[in-house]
Design a protein around this ligand. Structure first.
Ligand code: PNS
Length: 159
């Protein structure tokens, strides 16, 4: 049974993330959603919140679990015997950054391959950063993120 890891910052998870994870779960025996404890930018949601939001949105998947990691992705993959990293690509420019990471990860762990999944057209324009910006200015993001995420963003903007 092949295990795959879907890593990311997930600040917050969007429907695009959930779509990629759901599709990965159809192809792999087990999918570990790995939330980085140290995203490059200061996150809006704490690590615990991001994990909770993902767990809520993925509760319908029997073969997906959510955990956090603090070091190298390759180490987490090794610990969980995952041999594939699945990353979604929305636009061509995503590839430039992603392919560099994929190659670095392959050098760090020759048994670990990255597979890119084209984002579904419905979600290709959706990013966590844009969702946060729209929500911050009071726009509706209900169609773009899981229900728990839109509620959490609403609570934040009301506080
Ligand atoms: O959602 P993001 O921000 O595109 O996710 C990036 C992430 C978390 C997948 C990437 O930064 C990562 O793997 N970080 C862990 C540290 C690591 O392994 N760095 C070397 C990868 S080349």
């Amino acid at each position: 049974m092949t295990a795959a890891v879907c890593p990311g910052s997930f600040d917050p998870p969007t429907n695009g993330h959930i779509d990629v994870i759901e599709r990965a779960a159809r192809h792999f025996g087990e999918v570990l959603v790995a939330v980085t404890a140290n995203p490059s930018k200061k996150p809006l949601f704490s690590l615990e919140e991001r994990i909770e939001l993902l767990q809520g949105a993925l509760s319908h998947l029997d073969n997906a679990s959510v955990s956090s990691f603090d070091g190298l992705l390759v180490d987490l993959a090794r610990e969980h015997a995952a041999t594939v990293i699945v990353k979604g690509l929305r636009v061509p420019s995503d590839f430039e950054y992603e392919v560099q990471m994929a190659q670095m990860n392959q050098v760090l762990n020759r048994g670990l391959d990255t597979m890119f999944m084209a984002a579904s057209p419905s979600w290709a324009f959706v990013s966590s950063s844009l969702v946060k910006e729209v929500a911050h200015h009071g726009g509706s993001i209900d169609e773009l993120v899981p229900q728990g995420v839109s509620e959490a963003l609403r609570r934040l903007s009301e506080s």
